[in-house]
Design a protein around this ligand. Structure first.
Ligand code: 6PG
Length: 235
């Protein structure tokens, strides 16, 4: 299988990263809505995406056509500020008119197993996403797929995984598998922070890590690739 094309986009600072990310997200939203009347977007967790989500609030887009999913969630109480869904709600989702029924939160307060089973049902029958947003951890993790653990790369992998030994607290999480995250037309990584230097270098040099296991279109869809907005001096 041919390797997935990775397009590295160096940015000078978080401001440029957010600006460039907005442009790419809204372009893909417009194309997706034009093509099939919906935009299926997977949101990334962590802290890097927050300024991007905040800037999206004022976007000129057809919010009614947006369908929002999450790449992973931490097993914390529903309103816990450390939940990825709470960050996304506060930064964006509470400020735009996406129909509530089109925002699909991972119910991680149920515990990893039950939440993974429930989210599997949410995703059942759903085709490829239009865009998956992801972050990068300093060890090369993405979503809640961690080095040395099961990533679910195989085509018959479970789409949603229960995680109990996350090295990044909390230990218990729910994550889409590498294979399910790869079932998308586009992937955009948002990467900044000096502590990511080693992971970026290893990835750029072809190293194996969860982030490198995300291969949209299984590497065969023409033009399918991974875009990485990355702090320039990390490359
Ligand atoms: C999480 C995220 C995780 C995150 C990376 C980068 O739940 O923490 O899913 O994969 O994207 O750890 O996090 P920062 O953006 O905070 O550096």
């Amino acid at each position: 299988m041919k390797d997935t094309m990775i397009r590295w986009h160096p940015v000078t600072d978080a401001d440029e990263l957010a600006q460039r990310a907005i442009g790419m997200i809204l372009q893909l939203a417009a194309e997706s809505i034009e093509d099939h009347a919906r935009f299926s977007l997977v949101l990334a967790g962590g802290s890097t995406p927050r300024p991007v989500y905040e800037r999206l609030r004022g976007a000129d887009t057809d919010w009614r056509a947006w369908h929002v999913y999450f790449g992973d969630e931490r097993c914390l109480p529903e309103g816990d500020p450390d939940r990825n869904s709470v960050m996304a709600r506060d930064a964006l989702l509470a400020h735009v008119p996406i129909p509530a029924a089109q925002i699909h939160v991972i119910e991680a307060e149920q515990g990893a197993y039950d939440a993974a089973n429930a989210y599997t049902k949410v995703l059942k029958g759903l085709g490829d996403f239009d865009l998956v947003l992801l972050g990068l951890g300093e060890d090369g993790h993405t979503a809640s797929l961690f080095p040395g653990q099961y990533w679910g790369i195989e085509h018959d992998s479970r789409p949603v995984l229960a995680v109990f030994k996350s090295p990044k607290p909390p230990a218990e999480r729910v994550t889409l598998s590498a294979n399910r995250l790869s079932r998308t037309n586009n992937v955009l990584f948002l990467v900044d922070g000096e502590r990511k230097r080693d992971a970026v270098q290893r990835w750029h040099d072809g190293g194996s890590m969860p982030a490198a296991a995300i291969k949209p279109g299984a590497g065969i869809k023409p033009g399918a690739g991974v875009d990485v907005l990355v702090q320039a001096d990390l490359l």
